[in-house]
Design a binder for this molecule. Structure first.
Ligand code: AMP
Ligand code: ZN
Length: 114
């Protein structure tokens, strides 16, 4: 666990979360400040700081996240599509430095990002 990483603490149970999915590599929970009717954060259980830290060694974990996403989307009833976003670094406005993918849906989302 990375020191003082809130998402590592969510994985360990030290900080409570509203879990929607878990397997050996992936944990998913509801965003505390939802931006859409469904707003789930999907994270690797192992600490990776951001998308900029993805490499040949940890890319299998990222693949596991993308295997989990359609299962989570189906369980959340997102039959009409959804959006997956990761914010990276300062310009990407990443506020939590543990790689996470926002799974958003449940309504028609705006076309533009900025
Ligand atoms: P980002 O800005 O991409 O780093 O996204 C971080 C996300 O984590 C934000 O959407 C926050 O609302 C969410 N968040 C922060 N703390 C918690 C928490 N304890 N439980 C659930 N979601 C959280
Ligand atoms: Zn972490």
């Amino acid at each position: 666990m990375a020191n003082d990483c809130i998402f590592c603490k969510i994985v360990s149970g030290e900080i409570p979360s509203s879990k929607v999915f878990e397997n050996e590599s992936v944990y998913a929970f509801r965003d505390i400040n939802p931006m859409a009717p469904v707003h789930v954060l999907v994270i690797p259980k192992t600490h990776i700081a951001s998308a900029d830290e993805i490499d040949a060694e940890n890319a299998t974990l990222v693949a596991k996240i993308f295997e989990a996403i359609p299962k989570i989307a189906a369980a959340e009833g997102l039959t009409n599509g959804y959006r997956v976003i990761t914010n990276c670094g300062e310009d990407g406005c990443q506020s939590v430095k543990h790689l996470h993918f926002h799974l958003l849906g449940g309504k028609k989302l705006p076309e533009t990002l900025a």
